[in-house]
Design a protein around this ligand. Sequence first.
Ligand code: NOJ
Length: 555
Amino acid sequence: MMLLHRVGRVCHVLVLVLCLSAAEDFDWTTNNHDSFYYGTFPNGFSWGAGGSAYQTEGAWDKDGKGLSIWDVFTHKRGKIFLNDTGDSSCEGYYKIKDDISLMKELHLNHYRFSISWPRIMPTGIRSDHVNEKGVKYYDALIDGMLENNITPIVTLYHWDLPQVLQDKYGGWQNISMVNYFNDFANLCFERFGERVKYWITFNNPWSVAVEGYETGEHAPGLKLRGTGAYRAAHHIIKAHAKVWHTYDSQWRSKQRGMVGISLSGDWGEPVDITNQKDIEAAERYVQFYIGWFATPIFHGDYPQVMKDFIGRKSAQQGLGTSRLPTFSSQEKSYIKGTGDFLGVGHFTTRYITQKNFPSNQGSTYFTDRDIVELVDPRWPDPGSEWLYSVPWGFRRLLNFIKTQYGNPMIFITENGVSEKMMCTELCDDWRIQYLKDYINEMLKAIRDGVNVKGYTAWSLLDKFEWDEGYSERFGLYYVDFRNKNKPRYPKASVQFYKRIIRSNGFPSQREVENWKRTSTETCSSSNQLLAAARRKSKENNDHAQMPKVWPVHEV
Ligand code: NOJ
């Protein structure tokens, strides 16, 4: 009896252990491409759209704003497609009312925007100067949204580091950014925290690290191959953790908000899901992407596979230590658990297979991974070169996050698709298709048990698309950049997205088909409106004079 009891207990423990470890395993070997799922989202699901300061505000040198690394980078010849800049962009700085009325038209529950650090702290250093005019602008934006029942989701860092901090310290290569960023965040909590309850510390730090400090395609344009990205990421993770702790200890009890980070994650699918090497390669791709930041935040340290691969490659190069920096044990426990929620930006997927890069090829972030990325030529690719529409990858990524990080609360902070510049077509049926299918895969993921609380369509407006200038349009609303008034026009996807929001999902096939039809019907009249306005603005000579090159700063 006693023995049976013990055996029973051992079995019980065994089952428990098996359950626990099973809960951590993502199933790489089955990829269900289920058919479209008609159903609705949980009550209270939050629907939104987004944008960011440098991409939309314009007013780059107005009302006491300091320079950011993007102001300086875009004014250098040859960095941006057609040498365009964000100097005026959508003129969002002057169009709070107009843009809030677009949010209302869409029936958004939330809108995601970012605060430009140099707009409110021109040198980036709090003790130097706080620019009250900049603070006022964000006050007005937040107040306007709240008056219209739109919840602000605010990003503190969407890539526009104050130039002074880059010049003086080397930007994110330098550990001193941690304290400067914390001071900036603290000021934002102090001034806006009564009204803002959702804070995102960093937007897509992968891009900041890799494109800003490794490939140099983005500001500040440094090409520190093999080390720059890892070092920048290390400081960003520490800065994120510090800001989370600041909020937790100084503001949370009064303001009752949440602080998270927004990570960008493309999905990596093994070329052959029955081949263990492909599975390992795909997992490496994902770990080097989202895992690089999420694993420290949820588990306290970098993914083991990054430590192993970068460590081995560094040794092969004859380096005494790994190019991937290390966290002390104190730092690990300080960083672990610093996400009240996880923001996820997701656009596309790649097939992945293994490839060994010999160490003499020159070590970079990319060769450290030993993988090859492939795409299926049948995947739709309507706009940005890198953006193939692969909806099922979204569900896979969300399930991966659930299993890896203990089913955290997730906000989708970016998802959407672009079209090419010359396309002045407001009948964006490819965007309708993309949104319909991606949102549906998110619904399936929620049905799988993933804890997604909100969705942010990227983006509300067409805007400055970083090194691609204005050549790639992500907006639900078309912006006529050639007209100095920067008028906005709804694309067909506005009508479609609005209906998803109204119904909190996809009620039935008949209705959804109907939405598609009616959305595309209305857009031809919008097309005519746009064409007429174009003609008129030509006659009135309203054309925006966009300076192509305007050197403000020699670096
Ligand atoms: C991610 C970035 O955060 C965002 O600013 C950009 O517009 C999108 N990717 C699309 O490229």
